[in-house]
Write a protein that binds this ligand. Sequence first.
Ligand code: PMP
Length: 411
Amino acid sequence: MLPINQTVEHLKPSGIRKYFDLASSMEGVISLGVGEPDFDTPWHICNAAVESFHEGRTHYTANRGLLTLREQIARYTKERFDLDYDPEKEILVTVGGSEGVDLAFRTLINPGDEVIVLDPNYVAYEPAILMAGGKPVYITLTQDNDFKLLPEDLAKALTPKTKAIMLNFPSNPTGGTMGYEDYAKLVPIFKESGIYIISDEIYAELTFDGGQFVSPASFDEIKEQVIIINGFSKAFAMTGWRLGYLLANPTLSKMMTKVHQFIIMSAPTSAQIAAIEALQNGIPDLLAMRKEYEQRRNLICARLNRMGLKTNVPKGTFYVFPNITSTGLTSDEFCVQLLESKKVAIVPGTAFGEHGEGHCRISYATSMDNIKEAMDRIEEFLTELKAKQQAELEASVEEIAQEVLTLVEEL
Ligand code: PMP
């Protein structure tokens, strides 16, 4: 067989899969590993698609997506986030946020261009950058800084080859967020460097504690440099519909539409019609789901911290990122042992980058009952682990004492 594309051949498989494969081969597993809402899509949204089938709306749409949908996206984006985008020239409907990630990189990157990525980060960015011929350059985010991007780290990572930075706040996997003040410190650096800012805002609606989501595009000085990736998967529990959108200045939007036109044509028509219904009448559903996530977050963070796993209380997403270093185990050991002994599936932080070591990602996109049961099991696991480590310690102390005694006797 002739060799295939080298970049594809060398892509590492997602570090999440291993745990799902292991978990799916076992009975009675509680999975806190998934990255999608446990809620089904609200029925009125599904019904809009069903009705569209009756009306024979089974054809392609415009490449950019139905104009009515783009108008709704523009209205929604203005109302919810106070951002202005022109439905005719600055909005492109995509196959999920996932296509948005791919289009942004394919459109921006020339071979060898550097793209700054935050570590830990969502698993799809690095492969998308590599497949577009770019070079990922990492900035480490830390728990002590609440997993925020700091201006000094940004300044250090920039080189003449930097083309773009990939942001994702609220963040998968850390749950970290960036507020107005946090971005304000970065804006002069972004402005001066002129780099593109790709902002994956898929979790924007899952911002908690009454906080207002802030996009880097809220800053007029840099808005032209920003490409926003958003979608319906998380906010409206529509992962299976595969629908997202890109917001960008007219030139970038036109170029991304060119790529989209050749690889996709147009996003699924029935999903676009469902999305119109979601934007027109789905906000109450979204708010109800958000409230439920927030309650789950409160419970899970309180329980984990009480068990001694230092966990920041995230202001967004449906993930927590506890620190497991107090157990003396690596993230991978922690997850494997927890799954094997207590049948709770979570994901090691290393699946999201080298600096995810010492952490695990726990998703709370599952029922409160499942969360409570999983927390009980994790607590049992920690108690047993501590007892085992204590027994091992005592045994080795005993062994050393014996050796010393023997030595003394020999003397
Ligand atoms: N970005 C992030 C940060 C995600 O977590 C996900 C889904 N896990 C996506 C993008 C992709 O979402 P979509 O279903 O819209 O393709």
